[in-house]
Design a protein around this ligand. Structure first.
Ligand code: NAI
Ligand code: MG
Length: 499
C-alpha cells in the first residue's frame, strides 16, 4: 500500500452521528427495532466497528408498510399537487447538497470509497437524481386514444397513476446513489416507500432520512428500515400489502425476490449482476482505450455492476494494452477512504474480500496468470490489489461469474464473429463497450451486443436521464430516464361514449 498520508479530520456532525446507535425512520418518527436489537456496521478501511444501527425485521417492516399504506391512501400526500411534489423533491436535493461534505465523509467511512470519489461522484450524482426526477413530477402524462370499437364514437384516454406502496432494497456499492435513484421516481409519481439499505452500508440512507421532514415530505411517505437481507429484506419482498419491489443486488437474490413476490404478484424490477465485455479493436485510439479500460474495471474497487470485467483486445494490440492497463493498475494509490490522495479504497467487507480472493485462487488453479496484483493487500482493512489476469478462457469461473472486485480478465481476439459470440456468451447483459475509430464497425458492434448499455470509445458514462438496466439475467426493467417512471406507475384506460 502507498505510504500513509493524513486522513482528513472527521466533521463534528459525522462523528456525533456515528457515536450513537442509529434508529430507523417509520411514519416520520425515529424508532428502535421492535426487538430492541442493533447490529454493527464496519469501516472497511480499518475493519473496525463504525456505528450501530437498529436491526429491523418482519415486525418493523410490517409497521413501515402500514405507515406507507396509510400515507398513500389517506395522508396529505395524495392531495399534494405534482408541482408541490416537485418542489419538495427539489428542496430535498438542495438540503442534500448543503450537507454534501457530511454525506461524502459518512459514505467514505461506511463503504470505504475514496473521499475524493464520494465528493466528486456519489454526492453530486445523488443530488442530480433527485433534481432530475423533481422535474418529472409535473410531466407524467397519459394519452388520448383513437378507438374503433363498435363503430361508435368514444372518448378514450389513459391516466398514469402511482403504483402504490413500493419496497426498495438496495446494495452497498453506491449506497446514497442507490437510495436517491430509487426514491426519485417513486416520489415524482406519488408513490410511498419502504427503503431497506444494505446491512454493510446503512448510514447515508439513514442520514438522508433526517432531511425528509425539513424538505416538507409528509410522514409515512419515506420509511427507512435497516436490517439484514434474509430477515428485513425478505419480509419486504414477500409483504402482501406492497405493490412493487425495486431491487438492486445479486442475481441470486434477484431470483429469491421474484419467488417472494409471487404471493401477491407484486410488480418487480431488478437491476442485477454483470460481466460486461469491453472490446478494444486494433484501430482504436489505444492511448485513450488503455485508461478507459483501467477505470472501467477499477473504479469503486471494481464493485460496479457494469464494470468492464472482461477486456477483449484485438491480437495486434494485445500486448500493448495488457502492458498499459497493468502499468496504470500498478500505480493506483490504494489506501483508506478518508485519505484525500487515495485513488482506490478497500472492498466493502471481509466477506467481499474473501469472495474476490477465492475467485483469484480459482483462476490461478485453472491456469490464469496475474500480470499485476493477485490477492489481498496488507492485513488491516479489506484491501485487494488491482489485478490484471491473462491466460484465461471462457470456461473459467473468473471469466463466467461476476467477481465484483478489482479484477479484469484480458483475452485476445482476431475474428469478429468469434469475438461477438464470446462477448455475448454470458448469462448477463448489463453493459458493454467498443473502442474503434471505424464508425460503421462501432455501430454494427453496438447493435450486435446483447446489453442494456453500450459505450463507444468511453466506459461507464451514466446519467440520470439515460436508461440503464439489463438484458438476460442482468435484470428486469430500465432505471433512470423517463423509462423508470413506467416502473412506478400503472396505466389506466378510461373510455366513454360521446354520441
Ligand atoms: P445481495 O444481493 O445479497 O444484497 C443486496 C441487497 O439485498 C441488500 O440490501 C441485502 O440486504 C438484500 N438481500 C439479501 N438477501 C435478501 C433476501 N433473501 N430477500 C430480500 N433482500 C435480500 O448482495 P451481496 O451478498 O451483498 O453481494 C453478493 C454479490 O452480489 C456481489 O459479489 C456482486 O456480485 C453482487 N452485487 C451486485 C450489485 C449490483 O449493483 N448489481 C450490488 C451488490 C452486490
Ligand atoms: Mg447476499
Amino acid at each position: 500500500m502507498a505510504t500513509a498520508t493524513q486522513t482528513i479530520p472527521i466533521e463534528k456532525n459525522v462523528a456525533a452521528y456515528v457515536a450513537k446507535p442509529r434508529p430507523m425512520l417509520i411514519n416520520g418518527k425515529w424508532v428502535q427495532a421492535a426487538s430492541g436489537k442493533t447490529f454493527p456496521t464496519y469501516n472497511p478501511s480499518t475493519g473496525e466497528i463504525l456505528a450501530h444501527v437498529a436491526e429491523g425485521d418482519k415486525e418493523d417492516i410490517d409497521r413501515a408498510v402500514a405507515a406507507a399504506r396509510a400515507a398513500f391512501e389517506k395522508g396529505p400526500w395524495r392531495n399534494i399537487t405534482p408541482s408541490e411534489r416537485g418542489r419538495m423533491m427539489w428542496r430535498f436535493a438542495d438540503l442534500l447538497e448543503k450537507h454534501a461534505e457530511e454525506f461524502a465523509q459518512l459514505e467514505s467511512l461506511d463503504n470505504g470509497k475514496p473521499i475524493a470519489m464520494a465528493r466528486m461522484v456519489d454526492i453530486p450524482t445523488s443530488v442530480d437524481q433527485l433534481r432530475y426526477y423533481a422535474g418529472w413530477a409535473t410531466k407524467i402524462e397519459g394519452n388520448t386514444i383513437p378507438i374503433s370499437a363498435y363503430g361508435a364514437k368514444y372518448l378514450a384516454y389513459t391516466l398514469r397513476e402511482p403504483i402504490g406502496v413500493v419496497g426498495q432494497i438496495i446494495p452497498w456499492n453506491f449506497p446514497l446513489i442507490m437510495a436517491t435513484l430509487k426514491l426519485g421516481p417513486a416520489l415524482a409519481s406519488g408513490c410511498t416507500v419502504v427503503l431497506k439499505p444494505a446491512e454493510q452500508t446503512p448510514l447515508t440512507a439513514l442520514m438522508l432520512g433526517e432531511l425528509v421532514q425539513e424538505a416538507g415530505i409528509p410522514d409515512g411517505v419515506i420509511n427507512i428500515v435497516t436490517g439484514y437481507g434474509e430477515t428485513a429484506g425478505a419480509a419486504l419482498a414477500a409483504h402482501p400489502d406492497v405493490n412493487k419491489i425495486a431491487f438492486t443486488g445479486s442475481t441470486e437474490v434477484g431470483k429469491l425476490i421474484v419467488h417472494a413476490a409471487a404471493g401477491n404478484l407484486k410488480k418487480v424490477s431488478l437491476e442485477l449482476g454483470g460481466k460486461s465485455p469491453n472490446i478494444v479493436f486494433a484501430d482504436a485510439e489505444i492511448e485513450g482505450a488503455i485508461p478507459g479500460a483501467t477505470n472501467g474495471i477499477f473504479f469503486n474497487s471494481g464493485q460496479v455492476c457494469c464494470a468492464g470485467s472482461r477486456l477483449f483486445v484485438e491480437d495486434k494490440q494485445f500486448d500493448r494494452v495488457v502492458d498499459g492497463v497493468s502499468q496504470l493498475a500498478s500505480k493506483i494509490r490504494l489506501g483508506p477512504g478518508m485519505e484525500p490522495t487515495t485513488q482506490m479504497g478497500p472492498v466493502v467487507s471481509e466477506e467481499q474480500m474473501n469472495r474476490v480472493c477465492s475467485y483469484l485462487e480459482s483462476g490461478f488453479s485453472e491456469g490464469a496468470k496475474a500480470v499485476v496484483g493477485g490477492g489481498r493487500e496488507g492485513n488491516k482493512g479489506y484491501f485487494v490489489k488491482p489485478t490484471v489476469l491473462v491466460n484465461t478462457n471462457e470456461k473459467m469461473k473468473v471469466v463466467r461469474e461476476e467477481i465484483f472486485g478489482p479484477v479484469v480478465t484480458v483475452m485476445p481476439f482476431s475474428d469478429v464473429d468469434d469475438l461477438l459470440a464470446k462477448a455475448n456468451g454470458t448469462q448477463f447483459g448489463l453493459a458493454a463497450a467498443v473502442w474503434t475509430r471505424d464508425i460503421k464497425k462501432a455501430h454494427r458492434i453496438a447493435s450486435e451486443l446483447r446489453a442494456g448499455t453500450v459505450w463507444i470509445n468511453c466506459y461507464g458514462v451514466l446519467d440520470s436521464a439515460m436508461p440503464f438496466g439489463g438484458y438476460k439475467q442482468s435484470g428486469w426493467g430500465r432505471e433512470m430516464g423517463h423509462e423508470m417512471l413506467n416502473l412506478y406507475t400503472e396505466v389506466k384506460s378510461v373510455c366513454t361514449p360521446i354520441s
